[in-house]
Write a protein that binds this ligand. Structure first.
Ligand SMILES: *Cc1c(COP(=O)(O)O)cnc(C)c1O
Length: 307
C-alpha cells in the first residue's frame, strides 16, 4: 500500500528573520499539498469492493485535481460534480481541471443535467447519486470531514519530530485556512500531545466568523481551536489585490514557489502578526501545495499588474 512520506523543512529569510518552511508541496509528485494529507485516509486504508470515489466542488479546485490523483493511484473511477464550468476553464491546457481530465476524472456539470430540479450540488448528490452508488466512497467538499484527521495528524507528528530534533523550546506553525480543517486538526494534535507548538492561521475564505464556525463544526472543544490573525482589511477569496501579488513575488524570490490563492494572504497575515506583536517564537510556514492553480492565476495577475 502506498504511503505518503515525510517532507523536508527548509529555511528562508522573510521579514528580517528566519522562517522555516514545511515543504508539503513536495509530498508526492502526483499527490501533494494539504489535500493529499486530508485524503491520505483513502489512500492508506483498504476499501474492499470500492471502485468509485465521488466528490464535488469547484472545477478549478485543488481538491478536484487531488481527488483525481487519488483515484488514479487507487485504480478507482472519480465522479466529480460541479455546479457549472466556466468556458475558459474547459479550454485550458494546464491547471487543476486539465490535469484532472488527464487523470481520467469524470467531471459532471450539473447545469447540463435535466433532472437537477434546482438542487444544489450536495443535495443533488445526496438525493440522486448516493442512493444508486452504495459501493462508492463519498468525500465532502474540500475534504472537510473527520477522515482528514488521519493524514493531518501524521503531518503534525512529522512537525513534532522535527521540532524535537531541532531542540526548539517553542514553535508557531502558520498556515492560511479555507475550511480550517488542516489548521484545526494540526492544533488538536499539538494540544493533545502537550507540546509547545501552537497553530496560527488566517481566514482566506469567508472571513473570521465563518472560520470560527468551521472550527466549531469540527470540534466543540475550544482548546483545540487555532488562533486567527485578524487582518485590518477584508479580502475576498479569488479576487486579485496588488499587495497579494507583491507579497507573492517577494516570497517567491526566496527560491520557493508558493501558490496564489491562499499563500499571499497567508504571508501578509504572518507579516501583520509579527509587526503587531513582540512574539519572538520561531515560525514554521506550512507550504500546502496547490501550485497547479498558478497556471491560471498568474496570467490574471500579470494582465492586471504587469510582471
Ligand atoms: C485547500 C487549501 C487550503 C485550505 O485548506 P483547509 O484545510 O480547507 O483550511 C490552503 N492552501 C492550499 C494551497 C489549499 O489547496
Amino acid at each position: 500500500m502506498m504511503k505518503l512520506s515525510h517532507t523536508p523543512v527548509d529555511s528562508i529569510e522573510m521579514f528580517g528573520r528566519e522562517v522555516f518552511v514545511k515543504r508539503d508541496d513536495l509530498l508526492h509528485p502526483e499527490f501533494s499539498g494539504n489535500k493529499a494529507r486530508k485524503f491520505a485516509y483513502f489512500l492508506e486504508h483498504e476499501f474492499p469492493g470500492v471502485q468509485k470515489v465521488i466528490g464535488y466542488g469547484s472545477a478549478q479546485a485543488n481538491s478536484l485535481y487531488s481527488m483525481s490523483a487519488l483515484a488514479k493511484l487507487r485504480g478507482w473511477q472519480l465522479d466529480f460534480y460541479v455546479d457549472h464550468i466556466a468556458s475558459h476553464i474547459k479550454t485550458q491546457q494546464e491547471g487543476n481541471y486539465a490535469r484532472a481530465c488527464q487523470n481520467g476524472a469524470n467531471i459532471i456539470d450539473l447545469s447540463e443535467l435535466d433532472d437537477r430540479e434546482g438542487r444544489d450540488t450536495l443535495t443533488y448528490i445526496e438525493e440522486r447519486v448516493l442512493p444508486e452508488e452504495k459501493m462508492a466512497v463519498f468525500v465532502p467538499e474540500g475534504g472537510r470531514c473527520g477522515y482528514a484527521e488521519f493524514g493531518v495528524s501524521k503531518l503534525a507528528g512529522e512537525i513534532c519530530e522535527w521540532f524535537k530534533e531541532q531542540g526548539l523550546l517553542s514553535l508557531i506553525v502558520f498556515l492560511p485556512s479555507g475550511t480550517g480543517t488542516t489548521a484545526l486538526f494540526l492544533n488538536k494534535y499539538f494540544v493533545e500531545q502537550g507540546v509547545t507548538i501552537r497553530v496560527l492561521t488566517c481566514a482566506a475564505v469567508g472571513g473570521d466568523d465563518y472560520l470560527k464556525l468551521q472550527f466549531e463544526e469540527l470540534s466543540d472543544d475550544v482548546i483545540y481551536h487555532p488562533e486567527i490573525v485578524v487582518m485590518p482589511k477584508k479580502y475576498h477569496f479569488g479576487k486579485l489585490y496588488r499587495e497579494f501579488y507583491e507579497m507573492w513575488q517577494r516570497v517567491c524570490n526566496t527560491g520557493i514557489e508558493f501558490e496564489l490563492l491562499y499563500d499571499p494572504l497567508g504571508w501578509l497575515a504572518l507579516e501583520h502578526y509579527l509587526n503587531t506583536t513582540a512574539d519572538k517564537t520561531p515560525v514554521m510556514y506550512l507550504h500546502q501545495g496547490g501550485l497547479l492553480g498558478n497556471v491560471s492565476m498568474l496570467p490574471r495577475y500579470q494582465r492586471k499588474y504587469g510582471d
